[in-house]
Design a protein around this ligand. Structure first.
Ligand code: ATP
Ligand code: MG
Length: 126
C-alpha cells in the first residue's frame, strides 16, 4: 500500500533489489527505481492511496522486471495530454509520466475518470 513518502522509498528499494537480483546494471537499477518513484509519487499526490506490484517477468528468452501501479483515485481524463512533457494539474513539472516512459522499455497507462489509474511498465535485462 502506497500512501506516503515512506512507502515511496520502500517501493523504490524493493524495485532496486529485485533489479539487482535479475542482473540489471547499477545504472539500470537506479533507472528502474526512479521510474517507480514517479508512479508512486503520482499515487500519493493524485489518488492518495494505491498499490505497487513489482515482479519478475519472462517473455521467451527475455527476462525483466514488471511494475504495476494501481489506484482508485480520480483517474486521468486526457491521457495523451498527461503524457506530454510539462503537463501538470498539480505543482509538479509534468515530467513524471513521460520521464518514466522514457526510462522503461514498455509503458502502458489505463485510466477511467472516477475509477482510477493503472500504469504497467516493463524493462528487459540487456
Ligand atoms: N495516478 C494518477 N491519478 C490521477 N491523475 C494522475 C495520476 N498520475 C498522473 N496524473 C495526472 O497526470 C498529470 C501528469 O503527471 P506527471 O507525473 O507527468 O506530472 P506531475 O505529477 O504533474 O509533475 P511531476 O511528476 O513532474 O512532479 C498530473 O498532473 C495529473 O493530472
Ligand atoms: Mg508526477
Amino acid at each position: 500500500m502506497i500512501t506516503s513518502g515512506v512507502d515511496i522509498v520502500i517501493a523504490r528499494q524493493e524495485g532496486r533489489q529485485l533489479a539487482l537480483k535479475l542482473g540489471f546494471s547499477d545504472v539500470d537499477q537506479i533507472v528502474i527505481a526512479t521510474a517507480i518513484s514517479e508512479v508512486a509519487r503520482n499515487i500519493v499526490e493524485y489518488a492518495k492511496e494505491g498499490e505497487i506490484h513489482i515482479s519478475r517477468v519472462v517473455n521467451g528468452s527475455k527476462k525483466g522486471i514488471q511494475i504495476v501501479a494501481v489506484d482508485r483515485g480520480p483517474g486521468i481524463s486526457d491521457l495523451a495530454q498527461a503524457m506530454q512533457v510539462g503537463y501538470t494539474t498539480g505543482r509538479g513539472l509534468g515530467l513524471g509520466l513521460p520521464g518514466a516512459k522514457r526510462l522503461m522499455d514498455e509503458f502502458d497507462v489505463q485510466s477511467t475518470v472516477g475509477r482510477g489509474t493503472r500504469v504497467t511498465m516493463r524493462k528487459w535485462v540487456s
